[in-house]
Design a binder for this molecule. Sequence first.
Ligand SMILES: [Zn+2]
Length: 228
Amino acid sequence: MTEIFADERLLGFCIFCGGKPDTRDHVPPKVFLDKPYPDNLLIVGSCDRCNGGSSLDEQFVACLLEVVMCGTVEPGALRRPNIARTLTRSPALAAQLEQGLQPGGGFLVSELGGQRLARVLEKIGRGLWAYQTQEPTGTLAARVGWNAWSTLSDAQRQEFITVRDEVFPELGSRMFIRLLEEGPNRWTVVQEGRFAYLVEVQEGGGRIKLIIGDYLAGEVDLVGGTDG
Ligand SMILES: [Zn+2]
C-alpha cells in the first residue's frame, strides 16, 4: 500500500511556506543520528528563507544533548564521535556548553539555548507533519515543550508514549494508511537509542512527540488558527 507514495518521499515544496524548495533536509537531521545511518531517511524540502541557519541550531542541540548525557565537554569522554569532533573544532561552543553543567550532575539550559532547542523541535515536528499531510505547515501555529525523560514520573512517561488520536484521519491519506499498517502503537524508531517519533492526529492539526538520544522528550503541537 505504501508503494503508492514511494516516489513522494522527496517533497516538492517548502514544508513551511509551500514555495519552491531550495534545499532538502533529512528528518530527523543527521546530526542526531550515528553512522551507519538508517536506510530510507525521510527527506523534506524547504526554501532558503524559511530554513535560515537551522543547521547551526541543530548542531548546537545535538552537542548540548551529548554534553548533558555525558556530564562533560571533554571530547575524549563523549560517546558520539561526530560530537567529539565538533567540540574539538569549536572550543567556543564547548566553553558555552560547559557553563550549563551543574556541580553534582545536572544541566541548566540557558534562555537562548532553550530557544534554539524549541526551534529545532518545531522544525522536526513540521517536517514530520508535512510528510504525513503532504501539505505545507506554515498556516499552523506551533507550541513546543520538552522535558528530560529522567525528570518525568512513571505516569507522565506512560502518558507520553501512549498514542492518542483525537480525530480519525481521512480515508486513503498517508496517516490513514499508516494507522492500518502499524496499528495503534505506531511509534517509529528511526535509530535505536537516538531518535524515535510519534505523530498524532488532532482537531485542526497534529501533535508530534519526539524522543531524542534516549534523553529528551519533546512535544510539538501544530494548531490551526482560522480554520473553520
Ligand atoms: Zn519556505
